[in-house]
Ligand binder design. Structure first.
Ligand code: SF4
Length: 371
């Protein structure tokens, strides 16, 4: 279905099109992970939610065949079951990303469907994951929820973020435990160095990322031992064998502030509509080689769409990579030069102020409309 969508977009000559809508219906979370840069907002902003009608309007406006619901912790949104139901009714695939703390309590509010996947955050075995999320007992609760979801007939993936303290042997051993647990697929990505993340010491640079992924894949028959939910070419990119430029419009992001520029990881401005995002963003100002904040990024929300486009253009290469696994020996592709990148701009405080002003000026209007 995603493949035929991409082919249709290409046949119509559309230059930029979305693959996965990243829908963040709230920023509030019930954890405070060291590597997360998403929750550092005042309470007034953390208490905001995207209403059901606005969430479904975003799905319709964007048109992407896949919707990944992220956050914050989406299960804190009381109307999430209606949002999920509305997206499935549109025959779009939903990945509901969760830290699983509320999953057991919420399982009965959802129905198994070929269009619905629980995507549970697990950054490794018990010790690795609990350390990553800065709270003991989270791994155990996540595993319990995964097993309960599988018993109820749901599809369950895990999403795993790796940092520079990841030990390849342990990551590989952790991946080995997932199939027996019933997990259907793995989404893996190197952590992005959010400027607002409390822990700035453990992010990977590009060379270290590629070495780490080669070391992991090598321990799993070049990655073939594990069932990844990502394209083989994206994984080959992580292993240093493909050179891709970022495709930030492939995973457009809708938050409580509006459509986020330019991507899921960077909030450098907001558009009111999807069209305004696509037409009004200076896309060439972003990506590795163009912008300092993008220098080390190899995250799936930027590069999976590049790999999918490559797979559609070169299906034989993609099929051979899927068959043989990722290459873990030999030279890596040359890195994108960074000498021409523009310096980072820091605009977080200004944006928070602007959003607070906007929220406060909207309140009297809402109250007047309600009278
Ligand atoms: S490289 Fe792309 S995905 Fe990564 S931070 Fe830059 S614009 Fe976002």
């Amino acid at each position: 279905m995603v493949g035929s969508y991409v082919v249709r977009q290409r046949l119509t000559g559309r230059k930029r099109y979305p693959l996965v809508l990243m829908l963040e219906p709230l920023f509030r979370c019930n954890l405070a992970c060291a590597g997360c840069g998403k929750i550092d907002y005042p309470d007034e902003i953390l208490n905001k939610r995207i209403p059901v009608a606005d969430a479904l309007e975003a799905v319709d406006e964007c048109g992407a065949p896949v919707v990944s619901i992220a956050g914050g912790e989406p299960l804190l949104h009381k109307e999430l079951p209606q949002i999920v139901e509305g997206i499935i009714a549109r025959r779009k695939f939903v990945y509901l990303c969760t830290n699983a703390l509320l999953m057991m309590k919420n399982l009965k509010k959802y129905k198994p469907s070929p269009f619905f996947v629980w995507s549970v955050h697990l950054d490794g075995d018990q010790e690795m994951h609990d350390k990553s999320v800065c709270q003991d007992g989270v791994y155990e609760r996540a595993v319990e929820a995964i097993k309960a979801a599988k018993d109820m007939g749901f599809r369950v993936n895990i999403n795993c973020t790796l940092f520079n303290n990841s030990v390849p042997e342990r990551v590989a051993a952790f991946f080995d435990t997932l199939k027996p647990m019933g997990v259907d697929g793995i989404t893996v990505s190197p952590g992005y160095a959010y400027e607002r993340a409390p822990d700035q010491q453990h992010f990977l640079n590009r060379t270290k990322t590629k070495e780490l992924f080669r070391d992991i894949f090598r321990r799993g028959n070049n990655g073939r031992n594990w069932s990844f939910s990502q394209s083989s070419l994206f994984l080959d990119f992580l292993a240093g064998n493909q050179s891709y430029h970022c495709t930030p419009w492939g995973n457009p992001t809708r938050t409580v502030f509006g459509w986020q520029r330019p991507c899921y990881l960077l909030g450098e401005g907001y558009a009111k509509t999807f069209r305004e995002l696509m037409e009004g963003t200076d896309w060439d100002a972003y990506g590795t080689g163009n912008y300092e904040k993008c220098a080390d990024c190899m995250v799936h929300s930027g590069y999976e769409a590049s790999a999918v486009n490559d797979a559609i253009a070169h299906p034989i290469k993609a099929a051979i990579t899927a068959m043989r696994g990722m290459r873990t020996e030999g030279p890596m592709v040359p890195e994108i030069p960074l000498h021409a990148q523009r310096p980072a701009q820091y605009m977080f405080e200004r944006q928070v102020k602007e959003q607070m002003v906007r929220m406060h000026s909207a309140e009297p209007k809402k109250q007047a409309a309600g009278r």
